[in-house]
Design a binder for this molecule. Structure first.
Ligand SMILES: [Zn+2]
Length: 147
């Protein structure tokens, strides 16, 4: 998905997309929960939904930003940029400002995100960043993806 040059009008792209969705469904079925396909990306999206219920963007847009930022938090800045480039190639948002949230609002959501899925262990729970650390990491992410 990240490196396929096609778009939604391209059968090859749609095949790769469909296979990815089916495989993640199979992984969730085998695991008996959504963890294989729902990590920090989804916690961030759920936090945006809960904190700003009337302003939330689409699930996919929020999760896409969350996924690229989570990759950045893992220290894999190259793959974070590859994810951001793929989102841009498909006309999707890469930073929170593009879906109507300022940096402070997004940072607040990231800090709240672990509360949305108690017991789940993602990069957010692993790092347990302070609000100031999240702010710095997000500013670094925005600079890294050219937001
Ligand atoms: Zn989802």
């Amino acid at each position: 998905m990240l490196r396929h040059p096609g778009g939604c009008g391209d059968d090859g792209f749609l095949t790769v997309l469909s296979e990815g969705l089916v495989l993640s469904g199979i992984a969730m079925s085998i695991a008996g929960h959504t963890r294989p396909a729902s990590g920090a990306c989804h916690e961030i999206s759920h936090a945006l939904d809960l904190l700003y219920p009337r302003r939330a963007a689409s699930h996919g847009e929020q999760v896409g930003i969350g996924a690229a930022f989570a990759m950045h938090l893992r220290g894999d800045h190259e793959n974070s940029r590859i994810m951001a480039d793929a989102l841009r190639r498909h006309g999707l948002p890469v930073v929170a400002r593009e879906i109507g949230f300022d940096d402070e609002e997004f940072v607040r959501a990231v800090g709240f995100a672990p509360e949305t899925r108690p017991g789940r262990y993602t990069i957010l729970e692993h790092l347990a960043l302070s609000p100031a650390q999240i702010k710095d990491a997000y500013a670094e992410y925005v600079a890294s993806v050219g937001g």
